[in-house]
Design a binder for this molecule. Structure first.
Ligand code: FES
Length: 104
């Protein structure tokens, strides 16, 4: 079961940028790739770096701590798809970004 939560305004996430937010106690990383919004778990599986504070290049985010890379569409590392972060479904209504996160 999932909950759809409003977590940010679209105007706070310019194309090519990313953002760390928290929704119902869950850290979420948001990414704007040419106007399409993607959401991943914010915690890098390597050592817990905040992916929403990384560097976004097209659909690849680089973790700010040790530079592991993830595809923001799939959550997979291009170099090693066995390391993967959770992807969350995104909806945009008016100027609001909503993310479907697991219900507790
Ligand atoms: S914590 Fe992300 S690469 Fe190390």
């Amino acid at each position: 079961m999932k909950k759809l939560l409003p977590i940010a305004n679209l105007s706070d996430l310019a194309p090519g940028s990313c953002l760390s937010v928290e929704a119902d106690g869950i850290g979420v990383a948001l990414f704007n790739v040419d106007g399409t919004i993607y959401a991943l778990d914010n915690t890098c599986p390597h050592a817990g770096g905040p992916l929403g504070e990384g560097t976004l290049s097209n659909e690849i985010v680089e973790c700010p701590w040790h530079r592991w890379r993830y595809n923001v569409r799939t959550g997979e590392r291009p170099e090693n798809p066995e390391f993967k972060v959770a992807c969350y479904q995104v909806h945009v209504r008016d100027n609001v970004i909503l993310v479907a996160i697991p219900a507790k």
